[in-house]
Design a protein. Structure first.
Length: 331
């Protein structure tokens, strides 16, 4: 008579065999692993990537994608440079800064055709130039991003700057104060407080940097070009699907970030559509996630104009159209 211990051993052996078979099946399916990090906690601004995961689009393109959330304590580009990621999300200016530091990173696609940075004012303001000489709350990081551009384009000066508290409360308490923000976020909180803000999307005034660029190591671009093209294509298809029906992607977003509300998700999607943040620019002609040399050169020119550029740096190393050129998923 067979002992219980022997039966348990046989059962464990069968389980191990089944697990090995499943692993072998996954390998046989030829899915290439990609570890991708976003730039913040899961939100609608990452919706297309979550949609591609939820709808099986990555799997359809032979990819096994892991999405890792960013956050205030996560330096995605540092992790990318260290080989802990395959793809990281970053602002275009961050990629140019990496080139200044001789870090071999390169942007291969851009999620946002329009940078979502905004200046938010109170009702009664109709033109951005009306804010010249008026108090504006900005973060210290703005001193190397949009603030020098505002100074150069609209004659703003440093005497206007007020500390940014990463809260809309100072704005709500002071009708003379304007503040920085993102089109998809801070206006929502302000509207919830009963104020209809005036929102100026800086990209509509010519602010050039790409946002939410997809960045890889240069050696990865050389070694895994086919994998990267499939990743960009699948992500573009995910974005097209998400903007049509965001429910599947939103379910995964809430799973990763339970604090995210349905109301904010809906607002953010609405703003991305309203301002053509994903579907505007070259996306209408070249497809979602596309980039252009002209746009990157305009960003470098902005750095030179505002004296943020460093001499003898080949900024053209910061981007490559080799991958996204073959991807044309129209909105």
């Amino acid at each position: 008579m067979e002992s219980p211990g022997r039966r348990r051993f046989a059962l464990l052996a069968l389980c191990a065999l089944a697990a090995a078979s499943l692993a072998g099946l996954a390998h046989a399916q030829g899915r290439d692993r990609v570890v991708f990090a976003t730039d913040w906690f899961a939100q609608a601004e990452h919706g297309g990537f979550y949609q591609a995961q939820a709808e099986g689009i990555y799997a359809k393109h032979g990819l096994d994608v892991t999405i890792r959330m960013g956050g205030p304590q996560v330096n995605g580009l540092q992790l990318l440079a260290a080989g802990q990621l395959d793809v990281a999300m970053a602002d275009g200016l961050q990629v140019l800064n990496a080139i200044e530091q001789k870090v071999p990173l390169v942007a291969i696609a851009a999620t946002f055709q329009k940078n979502p940075t905004v200046v938010i004012a109170h009702p009664g303001v109709s033109r951005l130039e009306q804010l010249k000489g008026k108090p504006i709350a900005i973060a210290s990081a703005a001193n190397t991003t949009f603030w020098p551009w505002l100074k150069a384009q609209f004659g703003f000066d440093d005497a206007q700057k007020r500390p940014y508290a990463f809260s809309v409360q100072p704005f709500l308490a002071d009708p003379t104060l304007s503040q920085q923000g993102f089109a998809t976020s801070e206006p929502f909180s302000i509207e919830k407080a009963g104020v209809k803000p005036v929102v100026f999307l800086l990209a509509d005034f010519g602010y050039p940097p790409y946002s939410e660029a997809l960045v890889v190591r240069r050696d990865t671009l050389v070694r895994r070009a086919d994998v990267l093209e499939r990743f960009v294509r699948a992500s573009a298809e995910g974005w097209k699907s998400y903007l049509a029906n965001p429910a599947p992607g939103n379910a995964l977003i809430r799973k990763d970030n339970p604090q995210m509300s349905d109301e904010l998700l809906a607002f953010s999607v609405d703003q991305m559509k309203k301002h053509a943040i994903v579907e505007g620019g070259s996306a209408k002609r070249d497809g979602l996630l596309s980039m252009t040399d002209a746009r990157w050169r305009a960003t470098v020119d902005f750095l030179k104009l505002t004296r943020l550029a460093k001499p003898d740096v080949d900024y053209a190393k910061a981007w490559s159209l080799a991958i996204v050129h073959g991807v044309k998923v129209l909105p």
